[in-house]
Design a protein around this ligand. Structure first.
Ligand code: ADE
Length: 342
């Protein structure tokens, strides 16, 4: 095939610990498209047990990829090997490096990304969208007053999704406050692990967390090489969001990325969870965001968040990175909340 000849100029070292026979991998539909690569669905025969076919996700380059992009994918694969396995991250399963295009085989998460998952579990036909319509401007002026509809949500409320989305599929299960706190906890666990391996994510957001079997949350794209010297502040995601809105001020202004700047992003991710996939600072353009952050502005408490959860969220947005909690600390706090009250 043409793929075959195009990449034959690269000779990658064989790593028998990870090499998976190409002929036992069947590539299926496209799951997603990244900055430089494609993610395909696949079936890997015998990757765990003989004759057992496992659905996997396969990262590969686009046809017109550059040498730099090839090197980035190799680095991502090597990074995943070094980081090792954890329940709350997308784990490396294997790779095809010999005689053909590079395929990096990772765990497949059947429920897609957390942002879409949360949004699809919003109740329809209720006044939910009035209560938390984060698609409309929440911040109407620069000092941050003004809100979507103002009212708080009853404590202990159940997020009722039984009306479903009308897609004629299995009725959506009801998300409880405990589910939401469990999501917060699981992401903190994954990040605690990555931080312990000196891995800084740099783009932690609900769109980069995947929902796997039994609703286990897994952090994705932690091994990506990000070009920080040519960072595009105006870059939008496919759904029109600005990744800068997840960035800590020191990362944004001084390119100072640490696990503590990941903690800031984690705070924004918490906000996404407790708005069921809301859009942070909607309709705030990049230039205004800079000023907003310089003036110490912070997002308000989402209706579904308890004051306790909001206090955790808010602590992640401390100006001084040293005053933010560590992921260790966040895991402890969330564990306490999860095992006590609910
Ligand atoms: N989209 C991108 N990566 C994915 C994965 N590992 N599982 C499911 N969908 C994905």
């Amino acid at each position: 095939s043409s793929e075959f000849t195009e990449v034959s100029e690269y000779d990658l070292p064989l790593d028998t610990k990870w090499e998976f026979p190409r002929e036992r991998l069947v590539i299926g539909d496209r799951l997603g498209e990244g900055a430089f690569g494609l993610v395909m669905k696949g079936e890997a025969l015998g990757i765990f047990k003989d004759n057992n076919s496992v659905t996997v996700a396969v990262k590969r380059l686009k046809e017109d990829a550059t040498d730099r992009e090839m090197m980035d994918l190799i680095r991502e694969m090597e990074m995943m090997k070094l980081i090792g396995k954890h329940k709350n991250i997308i784990n490396l399963l294997g790779c095809c490096t010999q005689r053909g295009p590079l395929f990096v085989i990772v765990e497949f998460a059947p429920h897609g990304n957390l942002r879409d998952f949360l949004k699809s579990h919003r109740p329809l036909g209720s006044n939910f969208s009035c209560i938390v319509d984060y698609e409309r401007p929440v911040f109407t002026n620069s000092n941050g007053s003004g809100s979507a509809c103002g009212s708080g949500f009853p404590p202990g409320a159940v997020v009722d999704m039984r009306q479903g989305q009308g897609q004629g599929e299995t009725p959506l299960k009801t998300l409880t406050p405990k589910d939401l706190i469990s999501y917060a906890y699981q992401v903190a666990r994954g990040m605690e692990y990555l931080a312990s391996k000196q891995c800084i994510h740099r783009d932690l957001a609900a769109r980069n967390v995947l929902v796997s079997d039994e609703y286990v949350l897994k952090i994705a794209d932690f091994g990506l090489t990000r070009n920080l010297t040519q960072f595009d502040y105006y870059r939008k995601t496919t759904d029109g969001r600005l990744p800068v809105k997840w960035m800590a001020p020191e990362a944004l202004f001084d390119r100072k990325y640490t696990s503590k700047s990941d903690v800031w992003s984690y705070g924004v991710l918490l906000w996404e969870i407790f708005t069921l996939g809301g859009n942070p600072y909607p309709s705030v353009p990049v230039e205004d965001l800079f000023n907003l952050l310089r003036n110490g502005h912070r997002m308000k408490k989402p209706p579904y968040a308890s004051t306790e959860m909001f206090s955790i969220m808010h602590s992640c947005w401390q100006e001084d990175p040293n005053n933010r909690p560590s992921f260790n600390r966040l895991v402890q706090e969330l564990d306490k909340i999860l095992t006590s009250s609910l």
